[in-house]
Design a protein. Structure first.
Length: 260
């Protein structure tokens, strides 16, 4: 996907809608271009209405004030994860975050803990490189939507909903001081495969997770779960992986004790 998308007809429509608004918001936008000595912020006054999103406002800037502003977006309805940003210091998807409750001045920055390529665009390859090799990008569901849950289970709970937006990695305070920590998205992915292997080598995944920079590096602060826009609950998945690993260790220890 291009780091500097050209204005589309949708952007033009949203910009036109914003132009009829009576309320203005000031966006303080993070800027960085290759060759710059350091990042800086630029401010733009943007006309808005109640339903204007952060993405609408950024696209208005891109079309009407500065076409060099680089950002990523695609689906416009929180399914692709490409518009993940930090808005007023908190992780958010720009396409579904309205400016209405964000104050008169809104600070927009790229997500944290990934290298900034330009302006609001980060190198997502660093996120994907953290995933275990056994992670399957697409897996066929074992259950039809209308299927009845088995006895003892009230309802199916999906954990395949990660949109790989990187917001959990951005929110994680551990990654700031432990660069080798694989992070919540990768560990949640591993736990989903362990829970439903579908032919995957679970032992390899557990060995990968059972590492000082794996599940044991997590400090259980749960910021990743707060930031997740898809209700994946990565922190709970990490705790589940820990439980699985501890259970295996205890069983192995008991077997060893019985043989000695």
């Amino acid at each position: 996907m291009s780091a500097q998308p050209q204005p589309s007809s949708d952007a033009g429509n949203s910009a036109g809608t914003a132009a009829t608004a009576s309320e203005s918001r000031r966006l303080r936008v993070f800027r960085f271009k290759r060759g710059d000595e350091r990042p800086h912020y630029e401010t733009f006054d943007v006309p808005t209405i109640a339903r204007t999103t952060v993405l609408d406002a950024l696209r208005w800037i891109q079309i009407h004030r500065d076409r060099t502003l680089a950002l990523r977006h695609s689906c416009l309805h929180a399914s692709c994860g490409t518009c993940g940003l930090r808005v007023n210091g908190r992780e958010a998807l720009a396409c579904v975050t309205t400016v209405r409750d964000l104050g008169r001045e809104i600070t927009v920055e790229p997500i944290a803990n990934l290298q900034v390529l330009t302006d609001l665009v980060v190198d997502m390859r660093e996120l994907f490189a953290r995933f275990p090799e056994e992670h399957a990008l697409v897996r066929e569901s074992e259950f039809l939507p209308e299927a009845d849950p088995p006895e003892g289970i009230e309802a199916f709970e999906r954990y395949e909903d990660c949109i790989e937006c990187g917001l959990c990695l951005s929110a994680c305070p551990v990654v700031v001081t432990a660069e080798r920590y694989v992070g919540p998205a990768a560990l949640a992915s591993a736990e989903r495969v362990v829970e439903e292997p579908r032919g995957a080598e679970v032992a390899n995944l557990l060995a990968w997770a059972d590492d000082p920079d794996g599940v044991w590096r997590c400090h259980a602060i749960f910021e990743c779960t707060v930031a997740c826009p898809s209700n994946v609950n990565p922190a709970a998945r990490i705790m589940s992986l820990r439980g699985t690993l501890l259970g295996r260790q205890l069983r192995a220890q008991r077997r060893e004790e019985r043989t000695t």
